[in-house]
Design a protein around this ligand. Structure first.
Ligand SMILES: [Zn+2]
Ligand SMILES: [Zn+2]
Length: 240
């Protein structure tokens, strides 16, 4: 897989409630986004897109849940990188890393300083929002006007409530500081269609409470006539 120059690409290495990691790149600046899989799998993913770990400029971390950071310590030991979180990139105008502007915005999630990101270059923009219980004003503002968006579509409500999880965990997931459901994600995409969003990738699907075709069908029903919508694989490198 080759990295194109001149557009923002997100390479997902893994995207699910089991582990999340990927790279955002404009072809010149390469940013590791979350490290919730083993360091070895992160290095494998980098190898697949032709990147040496030393070419990375930073590790961006959405929040400290295990499925986003479990490989970070080991990876950073061999490949020291600046770690950027909400406090670093959340100010007005964000932070410039190489050729990419990174803007962090708060997400409603049961972890401290949880955030999503918006990436901008001269002529492209990409939003990233996973692990959010609901779409807040800050999230809307954070991704407003982006051309492409990675959005959580975590669970199908029927599968969650009828599924095997203990009741308190079900309540946690469905709460306003838990995760975004398929209908919530679909409704937000329909809203974003009016804001110029051209392409969306659904991510962070639950392995227990969701199925990729369900998430995709729901989103396509709501906004599929106005944008391209895909689902990220739970494992394996996917280009978006
Ligand atoms: Zn997560
Ligand atoms: Zn989380």
């Amino acid at each position: 897989m080759e990295i194109e120059t001149g557009r923002l690409t997100y390479f997902a290495f893994a995207s699910s409630s089991d582990g999340n990691a990927g790279v955002v790149s404009d072809g010149r600046t390469h940013l590791l986004l979350d490290a919730g899989i083993s360091a070895a799998r992160i290095r494998d993913g980098l190898g697949e897109i032709g990147l040496d770990p030393r070419e990375l400029s930073a590790l961006l971390v959405t929040h400290l849940h295990e499925d986003h950071v479990k490989g970070a310590k080991v990876f950073l030991k061999k490949t020291p990188l600046p770690v950027l979180r909400l406090k670093d990139a959340g100010g007005t105008g964000g932070i410039k890393v190489g050729t990419v502007t990174v803007l962090a915005f708060p997400t409603p999630h049961d972890a401290e300083d949880s955030c999503g990101f918006r990436f901008e270059t001269g002529d492209d923009s990409l939003g990233f929002a996973t692990d959010l219980g609901e779409v807040t004003r800050e999230v809307r503002r954070g991704v407003k006007g982006v051309r492409r968006l990675v959005l959580e579509s975590n669970y199908d409500p029927g599968m969650l409530w009828e599924g095997p999880y203990p009741f308190p965990l079900k309540q946690r997931i469905a709460s306003s500081t838990g995760h975004l459901s398929n209908p919530d994600a679909a409704a937000f995409l329909a809203e974003m269609a009016g804001e110029g969003l051209e392409e969306a990738a659904l991510g962070h699907l639950s392995t227990t409470n969701n199925l990729p075709p369900l998430a995709l069908a729901e989103a396509k029903k709501a906004a599929g006539d106005r944008m391209r919508i895909t689902v990220l694989a739970r494992r394996g490198v996917v280009r978006f």
